[in-house]
Design a protein around this ligand. Structure first.
Ligand code: SF4
Length: 296
């Protein structure tokens, strides 16, 4: 991959009031995302930022004035990484996410961070100093080749190792199995692999809309031609039978493992040591209503 086009841009504020019901502020230290996931819904952002380059090839580094009176965010939910990854490789050089956490340190804000990176390990101690912090890693395959086809982020092994280390440090972790690719994502294998190292497992199906619908369907035709009829059925005819069958199967599978399988996440109220809760966010309408996370 060629070097991204990087600019530093001044912004008036780094915290944006969110209209999502469960997080009061969303925070994105960068504009754009060099992980460049093929299925990225956040690529719609380009429209609002004046960028014409392909998604994944540009990055604006935000420079904001020091946060005044950080204590006013005590008890507020701050979601970091709704339309970028706060731990992109460029964070190593620019350190804007670390700067954000440093400015908020001691404020009592409740952090929720979404990433596909292991660079977050650098900030483990800092994140641990926040009350009820939670970190989620998106993992939709254990197959590194498919992962490489989909994104330029950290390997799955690195994500899992980072999750394990955070969990061992007593920080709540989420394994976000998203997006589930029909016929490709082995959700059972991921649950088996991650269940000892997370407090939550989110399941989200692949939705195809906007410009990436063609991108993904072309990819399926080229690399997984045997799945074309299934994808036509789901994304052409809108048949939900695949998701309903998967829902039934995962419900039975998680019951065998002794895990709760729910559609509402109340895991913050559970003891840290309890087994992870599996939350099914299938179907876009439900996801929009729940609006709890970045669709990474
Ligand atoms: S899906 Fe998330 S990690 Fe991937 S490019 Fe989009 S914002 Fe970045």
């Amino acid at each position: 991959m060629s070097e991204p086009l990087i600019k530093q841009i001044p912004v008036r504020s780094i915290l944006s009031k969110s209209n999502l019901p469960v997080c009061e502020y969303s925070v994105n230290p960068y504009v754009g995302c060099t992980h460049g996931c093929r299925y990225c819904y956040a690529s719609f952002m380009k429209r609002f930022t004046g960028h014409t380059e392909p998604w994944g090839t540009f990055l604006d580094v935000k420079l904001w004035p020091v946060i005044r009176r950080p204590e006013r965010y005590a008890g507020k939910e701050l979601f970091i990484g709704s339309v970028t990854d706060p731990y992109l490789p460029q964070e190593e050089q620019y350190g804007r996410t670390r700067e954000l956490l440093t400015q908020l340190r001691g404020s009592g804000a409740k952090l929720s961070i979404a990433t596909k990176s292991a660079l977050i390990l650098r900030d483990l101690d800092l994140i641990k100093s926040f009350p009820d912090a939670r970190v989620s890693w998106s993992i939709n395959t254990l197959d590194e080749e498919f992962r490489r086809d989909m994104d330029h982020a950290a390997s799955i092994q690195e994500r899992l190792a980072a999750m394990e280390e955070f969990h061992r440090a007593g920080i709540r972790t989420t394994c976000f199995i998203s997006p589930i690719f029909p016929g490709i994502t082995d959700a059972e294998a991921i649950i088996r692999r991650a269940k000892e190292h997370c407090n939550l497992i989110w399941l989200e199906n692949l939705n195809l809309r906007g410009s990436y619908k063609t991108v993904i369907l072309d990819y399926i035709r080229e690399r997984h031609p045997q799945l074309v009829p299934l994808y036509q059925d789901i994304y052409g005819r809108g048949n939900r039978a695949y998701w309903e069958a998967l829902d039934t199967r995962l419900r039975a599978f998680t019951a065998e493992l002794g895990l709760d399988y729910v559609t509402n996440d109340d895991s913050m109220n559970r003891p840290f040591e309890a087994p992870p809760v599996v939350v099914n966010y299938f179907y876009h309408e439900q996801i929009k209503k729940s609006a709890k996370k970045c669709t990474q």
